[in-house]
Design a protein around this ligand. Structure first.
Ligand code: ADP
Ligand code: MG
Length: 616
């Protein structure tokens, strides 16, 4: 039989390896930043275009490479960082596999400019899909610049697999933060599409955290310090009262390397036990130093997991030192667990109140109050009283009755052709046709029996369609605030918000400023109470972070869903008869009244037959 085994050509092997090393633009960012750190740079600049899809460039002032090294750096298993297998157990560098540059060069257009200090001129190499296109001598400063363009140009499947710019940029910023927080003594700058997102000067850990997450972070930090034989812990945890719904700000660094560890995360959470409100997560920035010999850095190229020799001791030490810090800073007694948290103003907002009181037009505006129903409840197109306050809430929902007729026929409605009526006694204004049970369901009679509506889901549906319409079809009416609201966000959150800005403005938000770590809002959608704005935006950011919208459409959808979720009336809220009726009418004016934005039933029916059966 003929021999059939062949060695894979290098460029194919490199492409396969690239699949492991480079999942998305942020993987490239991580590798390039780590190389710059290993090269001893004190200033590192990251330049990104189109969330890394078009360009990722890292410029450092590190030690640079000789001509030969420059060329060799793109070979697989070419590394200057280990020479023997023993070195693996004493790692002080980030890289050691010698795979990153070879992998990146296999799947992108790469341009390297580099010069070591002692040389007068540097080297300029262009590589496309593992092939060296050109190599020249170049005048360039000491250090290295690597530009990675058109990532995955030769692997369309991978390129198509990339998420929206919002999502990819978030991954890049995550990676950037993980690296810059581990190295506060290095000056990091980051640009995206020409604008500077971060400029982080050389600093200590605390200053670095504050520079990354915004000025207000400083007062939220509690220092953690502990030195034992096996472990040194330093860093900060966030005060419990500042805990947020997002998990974002949780960082472990082991020997200056960001790692993920659900086990250590558990230890920190255990220290916070009893101090956090439900559904909130403490933030932490914890730096552990251990003997490099006592850990096994997973040698998978991108994984950030790590194996400790003595996990139990580590767990106990971490838990007790965090607990000790929280106790020392007198955190625990300050908290009042009895108070009703629904009365709370979100913290960011509260702190701002004294300086910029939020006075908006019609503060006591309640969309459901003061409403006289018109008396005739057409299930299809509900009637508005002139000047009725709720019409502003349901702008855009004055369905002309076209799409809805279908839905109603399913319910076997009673009524004549011109004015199909959802309800018995529709002409009688005084009769109560709806009632609420358990602050949760609205019950209605219909010709065939009864209707049970889940008030929260129903209202979500109504708001969802309203916001969708506003974003996609027409701009909503905005409610001008007399005094603009200022709110503080992290740079990453600002980046997310500015990506959604246009769509949010369609819903009625007016952003008068969106930069650094501050957002100023001078108008809000008419249906949004000014006091809720910070909550609404925080939830939105959280939703964007947790979901992965793939394209423009689903991003719109995500915003509409998120706003609807934040703003819908909740289970447990008592509703007047008018409010109930109004909600029912609005629901059935929707395009898809029967399901909530998250695909749950908004109502169920119980036929007279079913009721009859129960009496048998
Ligand atoms: P590794 O980092 O695992 O060694 P890489 O493929 O990332 O492998 O890099 C290969 C080699 O190229 C490194 O070992 C280093 O010698 C050199 N190199 C890469 N980036 C830089 C840089 N920014 N400055 C100086 N040398 C670099
Ligand atoms: Mg490397």
């Amino acid at each position: 039989m003929a021999d059939i085994i062949q060695l894979l050509p290098d460029h194919v092997a490199n492409q396969i390896a690239a699949g492991e090393v480079v999942q998305r633009p942020s993987s490239v960012v991580k590798e390039l930043l780590e190389n710059a750190i290993d090269a001893g740079a004190t200033t590192i600049k990251l330049i990104v275009k189109d969330a890394g899809k078009t360009l990722i460039q890292v410029i450092d002032n590190g030690k640079g490479m000789s001509v030969t090294d420059a060329r060799l750096s793109f070979e697989r298993h070419a590394t200057s960082k280990i020479t023997t297998a023993d070195d693996l157990f004493n790692l002080t560098t980030k890289g050691f596999r010698g795979e990153a540059l070879a992998s990146i060069a296999a799947i992108a257009h790469v341009e390297l400019k580099t010069k070591p200090e002692q040389d007068d001129v540097g080297t300029h190499i262009k590589i496309e899909g593992s092939e060296v296109v050109s190599q020249e001598v170049i005048a360039t400063p000491t250090g290295t610049s690597i530009a990675v363009k058109n990532l995955f140009f030769n692997i369309p499947a991978r390129r198509n697999f990339l998420k929206s710019n919002t999502v990819e940029l978030r991954h890049i910023i995550d990676e950037f933060n993980r690296v810059n927080l581990a190295h506060p003594s290095i000056n990091f700058v980051m640009f995206h599409n020409g604008s500077e997102l971060f400029n982080l000067p050389e600093a200590n850990i605390r200053q670095r955290i504050v520079n990354v997450f915004g000025g207000k972070t400083n007062e939220k930090l509690v220092p953690v310090e502990e030195t034992t034989e096996v472990l040194k812990i330093s860093g900060f945890v966030g005060k419990p009262e500042f805990a947020r719904k997002t998990r974002g700000e949780q960082f472990f660094f082991v020997n200056n390397r960001f790692i993920k560890s659900s086990y250590l995360n558990h230890a920190v959470n255990a220290a916070f036990e009893g101090l956090l409100r439900d559904g909130t997560h403490a933030s932490y920035f914890l730096y552990l130093e251990v003997d490099p010999k006592s850990i096994d850095i997973n040698i998978h190229p991108t994984k950030t997991e790590i194996k400790f020799d003595d996990e139990h001791t580590l767990y106990a030490l971490l838990r007790s030192s965090v607990k000790h810090s929280l106790g020392q800073f007198n955190i625990a007694p300050v908290l009042d667990f009895e108070h009703n948290s629904s009365m709370d103003t979100p913290y960011d907002f509260k702190n701002k109140q004294a300086s910029s009181p939020a006075i908006e037009v019609n503060r006591s505006f309640n969309p459901f109050k003061d409403e006289k129903m018109s008396g005739r409840h057409s299930g299809v197109s509900f009637k508005k009283e002139a000047g009725g306050s709720w019409d502003s809430l349901y702008v855009g929902l004055e369905s002309k009755g076209n799409t809805n007729t279908q839905e109603f026929s399913e319910l076997q409605l009673e009524g004549n052709q011109e004015m199909p009526s959802m309800f018995d006694n529709a002409n009688d204004e005084v009769t109560q046709k709806t009632f609420q049970i358990h602050g949760k369901y609205i019950v209605n009679t219909i010709k065939s029996g009864m209707l049970f509506i889940d008030q929260q889901r129903a209202h979500q549906r109504v708001l969802y369609e309203q916001f969708l319409q506003h974003i996609t079809i027409k701009e909503a009416v905005s409610q001008q605030l007399l005094f603009p609201l200022t709110m503080e966000f992290s740079t990453m959150e600002i980046a997310i918000l500015s990506n959604l800005k246009e769509q949010l403005e369609q819903t009625g938000f007016v952003f008068s400023k969106m930069e650094d770590d501050e957002v100023e809002i001078s108008g809000v959608p008419v249906s949004v109470d000014a006091s809720k704005v910070s909550q609404v935006l925080e939830t939105l950011i959280n939703d964007v972070e947790n979901e992965v919208p793939d394209n423009h459409f689903s991003q719109t959808d995500l915003i509409a869903k998120s706003l609807a979720k934040s703003l819908a009336i909740k289970t447990g809220q008592p509703l007047t008869v008018q409010e109930q009726e109004h909600l029912v009418n609005s629901l059935f004016a929707c395009k898809e009244p029967s399901i909530s934005p998250t695909n749950r039933a908004t109502f169920i029916t119980m036929q007279v037959d079913d009721i009859d059966k129960k009496f048998n």
